[in-house]
Design a protein around this ligand. Structure first.
Ligand code: FAD
Ligand code: SIN
Length: 539
């Protein structure tokens, strides 16, 4: 089946939805999304959105904090763009019906690691769910937006699909092949503009705060189509995810986040023996930037052999916790911990990818007619380490810029003759008999990435990971070519490629900087004060 639309948006988190609402004012927008519309990293965001809204704050201060956290790699123009547009877009979210927490007649501002003042606009500890709900409702009310749930993008359509023998230099995107999970069919969706807003990659690790949709599909598709990908070595591990044991004794795969905002409100980290330890690592103690805190926890756990450290929120009153952190409070009660009285066992977990598809200040990728927004993009904002709560802000601001730019670009668009574009060819593929391979391969990838490409890396570990991932990637490619597509198979293929890109980038950076720490090169070096860019030369 074929669908034609002005704009195709892949993904329905904050990036995809906020872009779609703006673009729907001048065009028809089709959103495809992998599961139910609200299922996204956005939906689980807790701490909030960093934005300058207080008289005690300033653009200069927010810019300075972002640059400091980014360890020399942030692009100043991109940072200035998000900081200066933040307050306006917070206001716009409120006009969409987002209910942010307030006190004394103004916004209630939280604090998180690396921020020099209180600046996090939030909705208790359920900020993402509140934003997602409002955006989904707004999109549902727009007659120019159509949403297809349980539709997974497989590949971007480029000249590669209709001029396979030619090496095209200045390539364009003409839409995407989309797997309809309801009818188990692959649709050809042709569009004038395509936006990849597919979120993060957390699922390539064993322990992640990310939901299952986060398999890096957008980055993988963009790489296969020839887009530039950058800074994939900078995987952010959130210092504090809840340590839980499954009944069978193995730690759970998808980890519940204990927001940094709890530390902002006064909670402190302690060893399992009850000793505060962050003062030994950084003068900002438990509120140092995430790379420092996650590495400190990793070090303490390695020194002691303990499986977790504690977060102590007992200095906060039960009322304060229940009012400001109801989500965390109730989740911990479910696991048998009253956090007003007991310490919370926490471990670092993969949380956010600072790298991704290279985009300019308008969200344009290096392919014509293809934009990339949100966590999938590498805009230059986060450098080597993202400042807490700058992600939702980045997604909002770049979606706004892209919507403006896209409108102008429509005028000069070069359309492909749709008759030339072939439908997906499934001939020669069969239903797989060996489904077990998928879960085995997926577990293997997660183990390799967690064991060898985690918070602390070395050349030996990275090379070992590379050899293993290359083999798995090759096996999956062979399996993929002869097997009828399923979402799980697409995700597995993408996870293998994402792992490969992370390891390759990590090996290219022969220094330690921000989130990338390699024991063979423990120092930062001026020579590496640049982004690591990878692109697929084959297409
Ligand atoms: P997402 O919100 O992840 O949306 C991606 C969308 O793409 C989903 O709809 C998904 O189903 C869809 N998709 C994926 N692959 C495909 C495919 N192949 N085909 C079709 N659809 C696809 N950041 C902050 O700034 N502040 C916070 O407080 C904060 N807290 C966080 C807490 C948690 C637990 C997590 C996981 C992240 C948090 N972050 C926070 C990070 C932030 O939430 C994300 O970076 C941001 O929401 C990403 O938005 P997005 O729109 O780019 O992607
Ligand atoms: C948190 O609430 O700790 C997450 C904030 C973020 O990832 O920016």
């Amino acid at each position: 089946m074929r669908i034609e639309t002005d704009i195709l948006v892949i993904g329905s988190g904050i990036a995809g939805l906020s872009f779609a609402l703006k673009a729907a004012k001048y065009s028809n927008v089709l959103i495809v999304t992998k599961k139910e519309q609200a299922e996204s990293n956005t939906n689980y965001a807790q701490g909030g959105i960093a934005a300058v809204t207080s008289p005690l704050d300033s653009y200069d201060l927010h810019i300075k904090d972002t640059l400091e956290c980014g360890a020399g790699l942030c692009h100043l123009d991109a940072v200035e763009q998000i900081v200066k547009n933040g307050p306006r877009l917070i206001q716009e979210l409120m006009e969409h019906g987002v209910n942010f927490s307030s006190s004394n007649g103004g916004l209630d501002l939280g604090k998180e690691g690396g921020h020099s003042v209180e600046r996090i606009v939030h909705s208790k500890d359920l900020t993402g769910a509140e934003i997602e709900k409002s955006l989904v409702e707004k999109a549902g009310a727009s007659k120019n937006i159509k949403v297809l749930e349980h539709h997974t993008a497989v590949e971007l359509i480029t000249e590669h699909h209709f001029k396979p023998k030619k090496r095209v230099k200045n390539k364009s995107c003409y839409g995407a092949y989309i797997y309809d999970e309801n009818y188990k069919k692959i649709l050809t969706v042709l569009s004038n503009m395509t936006l990849i807003c597919t979120g993060g990659i957390g699922q390539v690790y064993l322990h992640t705060t990310n939901p299952q949709i986060a398999t890096g599909d957008g980055i993988a598709m963009a790489y296969r189509s020839g887009c530039e990908i950058a800074n994939m070595e900078f995987v952010q591990f959130h210092p504090t995810s809840l340590y839980e044991k499954k009944p069978d004794g193995s730690p759970e795969g998808r980890s519940f986040l204990i927001s940094e905002a709890l530390r902002g409100a006064g909670a402190v980290l302690r060893t399992k023996q009850g000793q505060e330890f962050m003062n030994n690592y950084d003068p900002r103690s438990s509120l140092a930037p995430r790379d420092i805190v996650a590495r400190a926890i990793d070090n303490e756990m390695k020194k002691s052999g303990d499986e977790y450290v504690y977060l102590d929120a007992t200095g906060l009153s039960e009322n304060e916790i229940k009012n400001n952190f109801p989500n965390i409070y109730h989740k911990c009660i479910e696991t048998g911990i009253n956090i007003a009285e007991e310490y919370i066992p926490v471990v670092p977990a993969a949380h956010y990818i600072c790298g991704g598809v290279v985009s300019d200040l308008n969200g344009s990728s290096t392919l014509n007619n293809l934009y990339v927004l949100g966590e999938t993009a590498m805009t230059g904002v986060h450098g080597a380490n993202r400042l807490a709560s700058n992600s939702l802000l980045e997604a909002l601001v770049f979606a706004d810029k892209a919507a403006i730019n896209c409108k102008d670009e429509f005028k000069g668009i070069k359309k492909a003759n749709s008759k030339l574009i072939p439908d997906w060819d499934e001939s020669g593929t069969e239903n797989a008999e060996e489904w077990i391979l998928i879960s085995q391969n997926s577990n293997e990838i997660k183990q390799i990435m967690s064991n060898y490409v985690g918070i602390v890396r070395s050349n030996l570990r990275l090379n070992r990971a590379l050899r293993r991932i290359k083999l798995i990637k090759k096996e999956i490619e062979i399996f993929y070519k002869k097997t009828r597509i399923t979402r799980e198979l697409l995700e597995l293929r993408n996870m293998a490629l994402i792992s490969y890109l992370i390891i390759k980038s990590a090996l290219m950076r022969k220094e330690s900087r921000g989130l990338h720490y390699n024991t063979d090169y423990p120092q930062s070096t001026a020579k590496y004060l640049k982004d690591t860019v990878i692109s697929n030369q084959i297409v």
